[in-house]
Design a protein around this ligand. Sequence first.
Ligand SMILES: [Mg+2]
Length: 253
Amino acid sequence: MEFAELWKSGGIRYLSLTRAGFLRPNGAVIRLVLFDIDGTLIRTGGAGVKAFGKTFATEFNLPEATKNVVFHGRTDVSLVRQILRENKLEESPGNFARFFDRYPFWLDYFLHLLDGGPCEGVHGFINGLLRAPDKPLLGLLTGNIRLGAELKLRRYNLWHPFEIGAFADDHEDRNCIAGIAHQRGNEKFGRALKGEEILVIGDTPRDIDCGKSIGAKVLAVATGGVRLEELEGHHPTYAVADLRMIRVEDAVA
Ligand SMILES: [Mg+2]
């Protein structure tokens, strides 16, 4: 088959040619894939928001603490800081510890009470990555604290595929969390990964921004409530309704 026909025929084009080292249509091969959690890997039925509310109600006597707070794409630590500040409470290590000592208990409680599950296409996409010829390293890049991330993902049997992670415990600012995830990837590979070797997958404009902040490619998914058109307006590398809409080999080529 002529080259042009092979190219047009789809299907095998990226896989065979890329493996042969001929052609990398979208630049470098992806070595590290970093996933956001809420609205990207799973939906929890609002367990996180409810756990925040219950913790502030029981520990700080603030039953309405989360009423006007936007949680989407935020980090847990920045959310706690905002709520403490709005309620004229001291943003002290003691108050953060008081919150985060109790929050996992309520998170676990609501994760088992409420309906949730993996987002559409997640299992297929992750299995595809794990079976890929040049299997990339899978990691987490999330505004959850590490224990919260683990509780959420273990609830839906999705904790085990991820070998590295960066969390809200590492930094309060999401872009800084991205930098830490990049650094942990470098340590794992024993060399500095180029931005274009990293793919960040997330469901909000903040995920797109933080992926770009480390020079990564970004795959935006409209499974978390932000509409596809809005995500496209922030110019990710790819934007799809859900992870069934993109082939693994295209995302990591
Ligand atoms: Mg999210």
